[in-house]
Design a protein around this ligand. Structure first.
Ligand code: FRU
Length: 679
């Protein structure tokens, strides 16, 4: 073997978590050919040949390798059958395979037969995501055996999926992130599953929640996030990592900060320590310093980690924690440089008490308490989490700047479940004072824990944040092998607007707009004829007009005498998501009750309303739709509704409606967007 090939081979083996010095794996079956050659098939469940993925009426199947697998969902759960291999000689210590589907041990599964007797068996775990499973067969070395895949089950989850059967001395671990990632990167559906957002950030595989450590540095926007390296639901929280040069196209990077010694890396922030106050710098360039919550051993503390190579590798500070009050709910620090007082300021949450604490530090290592804020605003039973504090300009009062303090609550928010509120007021370097009542950040159910980027150059001057497009109550969304996505990054400002009450007062409203960089994805503009807006809704797109389900719809609604008008999007048979203006009580709304898959949680189906004002009888809407999300920006960013949707309809039909003939829907364009993942 030439040296470079040997090197490449060794690296590959190491990436896969396996040492190079071992007997090579023996492939038993990969089901890549268009026939079951070598296998004896009975019954109907296996079809005539290996499946190429998901079968009719089945939830998305993932986690298989290449483009073929055994999938006994031919004819649905009701069909039965068996597939029996030719004889093999057992020559390695393990037989390993990918398996998914039903969990019924006696009626669906794969078994090892020696002399016709079952010696080993395995089954699925009620998931269409195939996972590695293996049998230790070292004691059977040299024996002749057969494998049999069987499906005798006819009820719910009465099917099995199997792929890539190997004999090996080192079975892939069920939760080996590198191995799973390497597998997934080869899969035909890589970042392209039917419900995989195409213009929003998602992790390649596994669970994600809050955005963390947002910082701009050396031309890159860093996005860290709460990540479970071991699976597709919450656990083992660590910091995942991605970078972007334009806030839209993301490059996935390796795990940045792992869970260590039973201490998880919870949410936090990242700063560029330009003056090397922390002493973590190497003398050549400023260090990046992450400030995050360590969660474990019954308490939450604040920790540091730093990087001197543009965030590619991270060292956890040897003297962690830097802040330990010996309490269980003390988390999610956000730190920024406060120039007037020449020091770092931290806002961090005493979560269960609904109190935000402010601290100051000259070196990021020793912190002194400054003040406290709260409880205030909505203070139900929930925790306060993930605060952020920054100054914003008022768009329609030139020269005026005000401070905004944002905080999220795990439950009891405006649309139900988790959500965020903001306070507008003043921060003097020590204390925050609110000047008006708390307001909701987003009126949908799926925008949580937004935090803003630090260190964006003054020449740019924007305050930009991103939120977790999900809700803790309904977070187990029907996607795999990944869960959750981030919102489109949004620029922030304030606007003085009339209060939504009879006082005649004014208030400062947070204005959120999708970053302009999104529109580099524009590929095809369709103008829609909406003159015919009537009831019942009429179609304004032709089948095939949109090539994918990621687009921006822009429009102006003039309800006039009508009760409501607006659009139905992603319309299929008895399926649609409705977006419109409702004159009684004066709201923009998203209704996802019939949006597709809604029954995975009883709180998911619903209608979410944002108070919104008409100006000269009209309101503009900018609606961003992706394969499983909708974000509505009403009145040029004055009111926002963000929701996940899980349509089953593949036909991306759009319809317009108006409650009576006086209503007008004008200036409507539909812009198809390009995928950020595919060429
Ligand atoms: C908010 C949150 C944070 C915590 C993190 C844990 O969604 O509960 O308070 O740091 O998630 O994953």
């Amino acid at each position: 073997m030439k040296l470079q090939y040997f090197f490449a081979f060794s690296v590959l083996c190491l990436i896969a978590g396996r040492g190079p010095m071992r007997a090579e794996d023996l492939l038993v079956a990969d089901f890549e050919s268009r026939s079951y050659e070598g296998w004896t098939i009975t019954g109907e469940a296996f079809g005539d040949a290996p499946a190429s993925g998901t079968l009719a009426n089945q939830q998305a199947v993932s986690g298989f390798r290449g483009s073929g697998l055994v999938n006994t969902f031919h004819g649905g759960d009701a069909s039965v059958g068996t597939a029996t291999s030719a004889e093999i000689t057992i020559q390695r210590s393990y037989i390993a395979f990918l398996v998914g589907g039903g969990p019924h041990k006696e009626t669906v599964g794969i078994e090892l037969l020696v002399d016709g007797k079952r010696l080993r068996a395995a089954t699925g775990s009620e998931s269409e995501e195939l996972e590695w499973s293996s049998w230790d067969v070292s004691e059977l070395s040299g024996k002749q055996a057969r494998l049999r895949i069987f499906d005798r089950a006819t009820g719910g989850w009465g099917h099995i999926a199997v792929d890539h059967i190997i004999q090996t001395d080192l079975p892939p671990k069920r939760f080996d992130l590198q191995y799973k990632l390497a597998e997934y990167r080869q899969s035909a559906v890589y970042l392209n599953e039917p419900l995989r957002p195409q213009v929003h950030f998602t992790p390649e595989i596994n669970w994600m929640n809050d955005p963390n450590g947002l910082v701009f540095h050396n031309g890159e926007y860093h996005l860290f996030y709460q990540y479970n390296p071991a699976g597709n639901s919450w656990g083992h929280m660590s910091w995942g990592h991605a970078v972007s040069r334009d806030l839209i196209h993301w490059k996935h990077l390796p795990l940045a900060i792992p869970e260590e010694d039973g201490v998880m890396a919870f949410s936090g922030c990242c700063v560029v320590d330009h003056k090397n106050t922390s002493g973590f710098g190497d003398g050549k360039k400023p260090p990046m310093v992450a400030v995050y919550t360590g969660h474990g051993h019954g308490k939450q503390v604040q920790n540091l980690a730093y990087s001197t190579d543009d965030g590619r590798t991270w060292t956890q500070y040897a003297e962690n924690p830097v802040l330990d009050n010996n309490i269980p709910d003390f988390r999610d620090p956000k730190v920024f440089w406060h120039a007037p007082s020449n020091r770092w300021v931290m806002v961090v949450s005493l979560a269960a008490d609904k109190i935000l604490m402010f601290y100051a530090s000259s070196d990021l290592k020793s912190w002194e308490e400054l003040s406290r804020f709260g409880p205030a605003g909505t203070t139900g039973k929930s925790n306060w989490e993930c605060p952020d504090l920054f100054e914003l300009s008022v768009e329609n009062e030139p020269g005026r700047k005000l401070w905004v303090l944002e905080v999220d609550m795990g439950d009891g928010s405006i649309a139900g479940g988790s959500g965020g509120e903001y306070f507008v007021g003043h921060f003097d370097g020590t204390t925050f004072t609110a000047n008006q009542d708390a307001r909701w950040v987003d009126f949908g159910r799926d925008f949580y824990a937004p935090v803003s980027w630090s260190n964006i150059p003054e020449s740019d001057g924007r305050r930009i944040w991103i939120g977790w497009l999900n809700n803790w109550e309904t977070c187990l969304v029907p996607t795999s092998p990944w869960r959750s996505c981030m919102s489109i990054p949004r620029t922030l400002s304030l606007r003085k607007v009339p209060a939504f009450d009879s006082t005649g007062d004014s208030i400062y409203a947070l204005v959120q707009r999708p970053v302009k960089e999104l529109r580099q994805l524009d590929v095809k503009t369709l103008s829609l004829n909406t003159d015919a807006a009537t009831w019942p809704p009429v179609a304004v797109t032709k089948p095939g007009a949109l090539t994918d389900m990621n687009f921006v719809l822009e429009t102006t609604l003039q309800p006039a005498g009508a009760r409501s008008c607006g659009f139905r999007i992603r319309t299929g048979e008895d399926e649609f998501t409705e977006v419109g203006y409702d004159r009684e009580p004066g709201v923009v709304y998203v209704d996802r009750r019939k949006s597709g898959i809604v029954d995975f949680h009883k709180a998911f189906a619903g209608r979410h309303e944002a108070p919104a004002r008409l100006i000269d009888g009209a309101i503009t809407l900018q609606i961003i739709v992706d394969r499983s999300s909708i974000e509505v920006f009403a009145g040029d960013g004055e009111a926002v509704i963000s929701d996940r949707i899980f349509p089953t309809a593949n036909q991306p039909m759009i319809e317009v409606f108006a409650g009576d003939e006086s209503a007008r829907v004008t200036d409507t364009t539909l812009q198809q967007l390009k995928s950020i993942w595919r060429k």
